[in-house]
Design a protein around this ligand. Structure first.
Ligand code: URA
Length: 432
């Protein structure tokens, strides 16, 4: 086989065979195919697309380019949730203990954040002493004991994705559904779960800008998973404004704790209950999504979910006394209120730009080697549809570094205020 012929085939909009895709990915993995040829092929895929069969074959080849985690020693079905990334997305920290409290097994590998989207690991590490590096036997034992563990990635999962992603990042080839779907699903499959719920975001703060694009991505990922016998579902959810009322690390843990204590924002709670309902049905612990929702609701209201959260954090060494005084947990050295300059209604919130502000305050990394200020971030006081008066607080900026707070002079512009009333947007557009 010859890589030039494969590139030419895709350039001419022909379908690649599984063997040709396998040849390419093996060449990426052993470095026998140079980056310039892979970049050319990536661009041809962006321009001409891939069929679902090609996307499935690409995912399978990528999956086998690195280690695959074996979770067979965990008794029962393993459920996992994957969000395509959003601003203020703290759902893993709520959903994991919530479904674990209902009997589901959550053996989750999470990542660190880069850019405006924070990673769950960074958020969890804002809890003093929380350990994300469990030995694989300890990881499995913990899930068997208390149903939940969340750790950093171990081993060398999906090596080809590391190469492809770094090339896509610098060649304008990130945004193509077959490439995104195969990248996400190969890593999910390597993580060893039997059931996956995807939360595919659409909107300003997401990869996919419209509901239709998000559905197309979700459908492709569902078909990949089903071709490998996984139980798959997807929620299509709105990322036109940050999820919940906080962006940042300790701040998002705080909001997750409030939600688990039945004091969180209603929309965030609803999203987590709907997601839990689906995951419990996938795991065989409910006969329908609706029954799963009711089981999750009961375990949230009766405190089981919060008790499981505390047990989980303590099992991984985290200092749970931090949650005795939540105000102190999020107290930051420096803060500034962002004030509305006119009366009206919040018509839009630029989620992505608020995410960038939060990163600038210290909550995220611009470069991999940047350190995180766990207390930095944003508390949002006004949401789309709210009425505002001139002088109202739109949001509050927090940071340990006063200079960083001073440097932010455009946070007010993230809130678009108009005189027309605006309906509150629906958070979940569809469930597939
Ligand atoms: N997330 C991934 O892991 N891969 C992509 O290609 C896009 C988002």
């Amino acid at each position: 086989m010859n890589i030039v012929e494969i590139i030419e085939k895709k350039r001419d909009n022909q379908n690649l065979s599984s063997d040709e895709i396998q040849f390419w990915i093996e060449g990426v993995t052993d470095s026998s195919i140079p980056d310039y040829q892979t970049s050319a092929l990536l661009m041809a895929i962006v321009l001409n697309g891939m069929t679902q069969d090609e996307t499935n074959a690409l995912t399978k080849s990528m999956l086998h380019s690195g280690d695959i985690i074996n979770l067979d020693d965990i008794v029962g079905k393993k459920v996992d949730k994957h969000s395509t990334g959003g601003v203020g997305d703290k759902t893993t920290m709520i959903l994991s203990p919530l479904v674990a409290a209902c009997g589901a097994k959550v053996a989750k590998m999470s990542g660190r954040g880069l850019g405006h989207t924070g990673g769950t690991l960074d958020k969890l590490e804002s809890i003093p002493n929380f350990n994300i590096n469990l030995e694989s036997q300890a990881f499995i034992d913990q899930v068997n004991d208390i149903n939940v563990a969340v750790v950093g990635q171990t081993g060398n999962l999906v090596y080809a994705d590391k190469v492809l992603y770094s090339l896509r990042d610098v060649t304008g080839t990130v945004n193509a559904i077959p490439l995104i779907a195969s990248s996400i699903m190969s890593k999910k499959l390597a993580g060893g779960a039997n059931c996956i719920l995807l939360d595919v975001k659409y909107g300003e703060g997401a990869f996919m800008k419209t509901v239709d694009e998000a559905k197309e991505l979700a459908q492709s990922m569902i078909l990949i998973g089903e071709s490998m016998d996984l139980e798959m579902n997807a929620m299509i959810s709105n990322m036109n404004q940050p999820l919940g009322k906080t962006i940042g690390n300790a701040l998002e843990v705080y909001e997750a704790v409030l939600t688990l204590k039945n004091q969180g924002p209603k929309e965030l709670e609803e999203l987590c209950l709907i997601a839990s309902g689906i995951m419990l049905r996938q795991a065989g612990l409910a006969t329908s999504d609706e029954q799963g929702y009711e089981i999750a609701l009961e375990n949230l209201r009766n405190g089981n979910a919060y008790r499981t959260f505390l047990e989980w954090i303590a099992a991984q060494g985290g200092d749970v006394t931090m949650f005795d005084d939540l105000d102190q947990f999020i107290e930051s050295n420096h803060a500034k209120q962002v004030i509305a300059k006119q009366d009206g209604f919040i018509h839009d919130i630029h989620a992505l730009e608020l995410g960038m502000v939060s990163m600038h305050l210290g909550a995220g990394r611009q470069k991999v080697e940047d350190t995180i200020d766990y207390k930095a971030g944003i508390i949002i006081q006004k949401e789309i549809g709210d009425s505002v008066k001139k002088g109202d607080v739109l949001c509050e900026l927090l940071s340990s570094n006063p200079i960083k707070i001073k440097e932010v002079d455009d946070a007010e512009a993230c809130f678009i205020i108009t005189s027309d009333e605006r309906e509150k947007p629906q958070l979940i557009a569809d469930v597939l």
